[in-house]
Each structure stands twice: as structure tokens, then as C-alpha cells.
Write a protein that binds this ligand. Structure first.
Ligand code: WTA
Length: 655
């Protein structure tokens, strides 16, 4: 879903940029020999990543291949993730350094030093224990961007319990599905939150999901709305603040976990209708996120870092919580929209907190572009040293705008490619080392190997687009639970590896092209997943919600950027003729909002006599995407019903 035209071919020598010389002097990874060394010493090179952590017990081997394709990392080692993110900084004399600076929607501000964080995390850990949570139990967190979210995540990690964070914007149904899959022992939520001035109920949604659960579970409720809003606590429901007060000053030694023990679950959308449960292992995940936080974001203790991602998604796990805190940085958390109370907010956040590293999405940058350069220009941005993006391709025009108007041509941009499954960044330039090619994410990081392959898993020559695969294991790769191994294998490893038994190939589900210098440009998804506002949703899950509406026979959901922002567009076929279309349209929107959440509500619903199909009856999403993005596919040959393309284009024009 690239909005900008890619007329300047990524990889073009004319547009490639050297990292600004002022930056290159300060970086921690300053030397291109790291690529060669990681290549030569693979997999032992990954001991470098493990060395950034504190271990209770050293590991016996870096990589254990016994369980291939599910390689296991740092086997024999033991550590605790929360201890690595908090306690060791206290011992290193950083008790009073700020760990979290939170800015609420109504202008509230809260600051937590590493010592404050330690005290509250320990109190919440003690409270969770009191509620019966033990190591390996799962705690579901359903919270917006409030400090209690990372605190509870770390409290779980401290006692060896797994957190399962569910995006706060999800509807009760989606929460329920994600809680049931995990057999959650406790739910932590809040009374509500403010949306541009009005209070939105969160507990109401949580209660609806809880009522549908087979057994009742204890629920902890954070007070976000304040004294003006009364919240009724039912049986087995507890106020977070009362628990935190009660256990203030408690001692809870961190539970030592095997490197291969799970740290958390997170659900993502795959090609099936059901949310898919991902599991990350403690040692490899923390090593991967910490290493990339240092190498890609150049974060060291004392640096201030702001990432706009929600903690409900993997970016928030890896690069709001674990990576930056393991590095001892100061993390800025912002609740709510970047345009509220006005369009100066993002720049005020940067100015007020003296942010050094700013990580966001191309969609957010496009919004800034639309607002205009006068907003950043009105604020002091001299603290910024490095900018980063994630989640979708950043076109060269957006890149240039970000580089010029935000980074003042002094800050390198890292365009980072990774996924929920990869746990940490795999493709990106190293700032201060690599040339940047606007539009291309860059080469694989040291120690990582990636390819564009054809449908048989064979590597394609430079310039030819294909399926992106990762051809060597990496420390933060998903490590499925026993019960998930079957589908994980089918979804990620059997697609290509099966046909070429000699190669280990992880299928990313993305399409990409590699240039002569090994720089990779991501074209988009290659499977039935759409990315809306950087949230991955399975088309199957969306389409199931749509076709459940009476009168709808078939549906296809695609992401497109007709209006600059990436939005959801629905194409549907209906039983009845033109009468009642408006009502049906509304029912479709309502069904999506009810089943998935308001954030997914479609920008348009277009009725069509037929969906474009392949000869085997599969919906051709690329035809629909082409229509939405006003870049029609030229070749309609693979279609069973090529005549529908013209008709769809007309229908789209009328919409
Ligand atoms: C897409 C988010 C282009 C890609 C970290 C991937 C990107 C999916 C980039 C993962 C990028 C991520 N350029 N596309 N720099 N980074 N993507 O699991 O399609 O929410 O497969 O993880 O986002 O989304 P997920």
C-alpha cells in the first residue's frame, strides 16, 4: 500500500544518502566490519546480543538445532526479563534516572524513575501472586497507553507469568477470543479512557467479554477516569490502586526463567479467520530486542526515546517496553491522538522531553506532511538524533519530507522491517554506517539472511520481485507452544522449505525485491492479511464478520490509501438488488465495529455483482487494491472473470 509513487527507483545511486557525518561520530556500531564478523562467526556472533543482558546462569550453547525448524537459543541459560529491564539499572547507579515519562490525553504528566518503576512493579507482582498467579500462568491486559500497562507487563515477567496484551480498541468479542485461547488466569483493565474529551467505557467492554467466559477470573481495574466517574466493582474485581497500595514495599525476588521459557503471548492476524497466538521465549527475544535497540536505534542509558506505537502491538512490546528499558533509556509514552488538543502536540512532546530518537510509522509521517511543515518548524527539534519508521513501506517523497522537515537533514532515518513473529528488527540500515536509499528498507542486519524467492523457494535475481523469506534462524524468532507447532510449521516453514528440503526458509508473507547492493524494498503483503493503521488484520476474520450480515453473500476486505491514509475498503456482493443498499452498507460497518473494533471501520463499502477471481476461485485482492489505489493492474490474465475489472472501476468511481 505505497502511497507515494516509486518513480525514483529505490537503490538509485542518485537518491542514496550517506549518513550525516555529525551522526556517524556518536554511534555505538560504527564499523561495517560487523557484517563480515557476524557472517564469519555465525551463530556464535549472537553471543554479542546475549552479552547485553544479565544472566542468572550462563547458557551452554548459543544455538540448539535439535528441534529444527524451531531452533532454540541460549539453551541452559537462565534470566529474568524484568530484572534486566529494571533491577540491574538500580545496581548500576541509575535509581533516579527517569525510566518512563507519561503524557496523558488531558495534559496530565507522570514520571517514573527506575526506582519508582521497581517499587510499583514489585507491588503489582505481589498483588498478582495474591490473586493466584503463578509462573507460566497467563494474564490478559486490556489497557490503553497508561503507565500501568508496561508496569503490569513487567510485573508478570517478574514472577514468570506470561502477559497477553490485547489492544484496548478491540471489541469484547475480539478480547474474548484472545482470552479463551490462552486460558487467562487474571484480566487487568481500566474503567475507561478519554477520547478527544469524552469518556469511553473500557470496563463495560471487558465485563461483556468476562460474562461470556466459561469460568470467572479475578479482574483488576485501573482508575483512568478519575473521581468524577464512578466505577462499580463486582465480585472478584479489584481496584489496581488499592492493590498497589496494599503491597507497597513488598519484596518479590525475580523468578529465574530458562532462556527458552515463554515470556509472553501476543495475538496477530494470519491467513485463517482466528486470531493466531504467538509466543516469544525469554532469552532469545530479550537478546534480539536489546541488540537491535542498541544497533539500530543507537540507544544507551540516558537517551530519551519516543515511539508512537501502541503497546497492544508487537512494536510496543519490543520497542516501547523491553528493548529501550533493557538499554536503560528514558521512554516517553503518549496517550491519545497526536492531533489532540492540536497539531502541535507531537512537536511539543519532542521539545518538552528533549527526545533523541523518534520511531513512528509512514502513515503518521504522511499525516504530518498533510498538516504542513510549519508545525514542526515552530518547535525546537535540536534534541533529535535519529528517526525511524515501521509497519508499511515509506515512499521516497514521505522519506524526504521526514528527513528534511523533521530531521533537519542531520538525523539518519532507519526504515525498519520486522513482524510480530520475528520479535525484533531484521532488515534495516545501521545508522551511521550504511547508506540510506529512500523507499528501500535496507539490507538484512548483521547475522540475518533474507531472499526474494519464486513459488518454489528458489532465489530470484536482483530486481525481480518475489516472496520474502528469511533463510537463517535469529534469536527472537517465534517459539510456539507445543499445541501451536502444527499450524506454525504449516504457515511459516512448509511453504518453501518443503520443496527444497535442503534449505531452511521462514516465509514472511511479504512480497519484496532485492537490488544489486542487497537492499530490500518491501512491496506489500503476499497473503490474505491487510494492514490498517499499522494493525494487521486477517481478511478472513474481517470477511467472516461481513458475510455474517444478512443479505451479504461474498465479501473482500482490502487496505488502500485512496485518501492518503491507509484505510479499509470492503467489496461485497449482495442477495437483493439495489434497494436497501444503504442499510446494508451500515450493517456491514456496524458488524465490523462490533466484531473487530471501531479502528477497523471501513472507509467505503462497494457493492459489485461479482468479486474478481482466479481460475481456482480465489479472490484476487491485487485487482481490488489496484482499483482503490488508482493503479489498475494491467494484466487481468490470471482472472476467471476479467470483464469485472472495468465494471468495478466504474462502481468505485461512483462510490
Ligand atoms: C509490514 C509490525 C514495509 C510487513 C512490526 C510485515 C513493513 C508486517 C515494514 C508486520 C517496513 C513492517 N516496510 N512494510 N519497514 N515493517 N511491515 O506483525 O507487511 O504488526 O509483514 O509487525 O508489517 O506487521 P506486524
Amino acid at each position: 500500500m505505497v502511497e507515494d509513487s516509486l518513480d525514483s527507483v529505490p537503490g538509485d545511486a542518485a537518491t542514496a544518502r550517506r549518513p550525516p557525518s555529525t551522526f556517524a561520530r556518536d554511534t555505538t556500531v560504527t564499523d561495517t566490519s560487523v557484517y563480515e564478523r557476524f557472517d564469519r562467526e555465525w551463530p556464535d556472533c549472537w553471543a554479542d546480543a546475549a552479552a547485553l543482558l544479565e544472566w542468572d546462569e550462563p547458557y551452554d550453547e548459543v544455538l540448539d538445532a535439535d528441534d529444527a525448524p524451531f531452533y532454540r537459543w541460549f539453551v541452559g541459560g537462565r534470566l529474568n526479563a524484568a530484572e534486566n529491564c529494571i533491577d540491574r539499572h538500580l545496581e548500576a547507579g541509575r535509581k533516579n534516572q527517569v525510566a518512563i515519562r507519561w503524557e496523558g490525553k488531558r495534559g496530565e504528566r507522570r514520571t517514573y524513575t527506575y526506582y519508582d518503576l521497581h517499587r510499583e512493579v514489585t507491588a503489582v507482582a505481589a498483588a498478582l501472586r495474591e490473586l493466584g498467579v503463578e509462573a507460566d500462568d497467563v494474564v490478559t491486559l486490556y489497557l490503553p497507553t497508561v503507565p500501568e500497562l508496561p508496569i503490569t507487563m513487567l510485573a508478570c515477567a517478574r514472577i514468570g507469568a506470561l502477559h497477553n496484551v490485547v489492544f484496548a480498541g478491540f471489541a469484547p468479542d475480539a478480547l474474548l477470543g484472545r482470552m479463551e485461547q490462552d486460558d487467562s488466569s487474571v484480566l487487568v483493565t481500566c474503567d475507561g479512557y478519554f477520547h478527544e474529551g469524552t469518556a469511553v467505557g473500557q470496563k463495560r467492554k471487558a465485563d461483556a467479554a468476562l460474562a461470556a467466559l466459561e469460568s470467572t477470573i479475578p479482574t483488576v481495574v485501573v482508575d483512568r477516569l478519575g473521581a468524577d466517574h464512578d466505577t462499580q466493582l463486582g465480585a472478584d474485581q479489584y481496584a489496581y490502586s488499592a492493590l498497589a497500595d496494599r503491597f507497597e514495599g513488598a519484596t518479590v525476588p525475580p523468578v529465574s526463567r530458562a532462556a527458552t521459557d515463554p515470556l509472553f503471548h501476543i495475538h496477530t492476524s494470519g491467513t485463517t479467520g482466528e486470531p493466531q497466538r504467538m509466543t516469544h521465549a525469554t532469552g532469545g527475544y530479550l537478546a534480539g530486542t536489546t541488540w537491535t535497540t542498541r544497533a539500530v536505534f543507537d540507544l544507551s542509558p540516558g537517551d530519551t526515546y519516543w515511539c508512537t506505537a501502541d503497546m497492544g502491538w508487537i512494536t510496543g512490546h519490543s520497542y516501547v517496553v523491553y528493548g529501550p528499558l533493557a538499554r536503560g533509556a528514558t521512554v516517553v509514552l503518549t496517550e491519545g491522538s497526536l492531533r489532540y488538543p492540536d497539531r502541535h502536540r507531537p512537536w511539543e512532546v519532542i521539545e518538552r522531553n528533549a527526545v533523541n530518537v523518534f520511531y513512528t510509522t509512514p502513515g503518521v509521517v504522511r499525516t504530518f506532511m498533510k498538516w504542513g511543515e510549519s508545525f514542526p518548524a515552530a518547535h525546537d527539534r535540536s534534541s533529535l538524533r535519529l528517526l525511524g519508521t515501521v509497519g508499511e513501506p515509506i515512499g521516497p517523497d514521505t522519506w524526504e519530507w521526514f528527513y528534511t522537515h523533521v530531521g533537519e537533514e542531520r538525523c539518519p532515518i532507519v526504515d525498519t522491517w520486522w513482524q510480530t513473529e520475528t520479535g525484533s528488527i531484521l532488515l534495516s540500515t545501521l545508522p551511521g554506517v550504511s547508506e540510506m536509499k529512500p523507499g528501500a528498507v535496507g539490507p538484512p542486519l548483521p547475522g540475518i539472511e533474507a531472499r526474494a524467492v519464486d513459488e518454489n523457494g528458489r532465489e530470484l535475481p536482483p530486481g525481480e520481485p518475489g516472496s520474502l523469506t528469511i533463510t537463517k534462524p535469529w534469536p527472537s524468532m517465534i517459539t510456539p507452544l507445543e499445541s501451536d507447532r502444527y499450524w506454525v510449521l504449516a504457515e511459516y516453514w512448509q511453504q518453501f522449505s518443503d520443496r527444497r528440503a535442503d534449505t531452511w526458509q521462514y516465509a514472511t508473507g511479504d512480497r519484496a525485491v532485492v537490488d544489486d547492493d542487497g537492499y530490500i524494498t518491501i512491496i506489500g503483503r503476499d497473503d490474505d492479511v491487510v494492514t490498517i493503521g499499522n494493525r494487521r488484520l486477517g481478511t478472513a476474520e474481517l470477511e467472516a464478520a461481513i458475510t455474517a450480515v444478512d443479505g451479504v453473500t461474498e465479501a473482500a476486505a482490502v487496505a488502500g490509501s485512496a485518501d492518503g491514509d491507509t484505510d479499509l475498503y470492503v467489496f461485497a456482493t449482495a442477495e437483493q438488488d439495489l434497494t436497501g443498499r444503504e442499510a446494508l452498507r451500515e450493517s456491514i460497518s456496524d458488524a465490523i465495529v462490533d466484531r473487530i473494533g471501531r479502528f477497523a471501520s471501513p472507509a467505503a463499502v462497494v457493492f459489485t455483482p461479482e468479486l474478481p477471481e482466479t481460475h481456482t476461485g480465489k479472490t484476487m485482492y491485487r485487482v481490488l487494491e489496484g482499483i482503490v489505489d488508482d493503479a489498475p493492474l494491467e494484466d487481468s490474465e490470471p482472472l476467471r472473470n476479467p470483464e469485472i475489472v472495468g465494471e468495478l472501476t466504474t462502481l468505485w468511481g461512483r462510490n
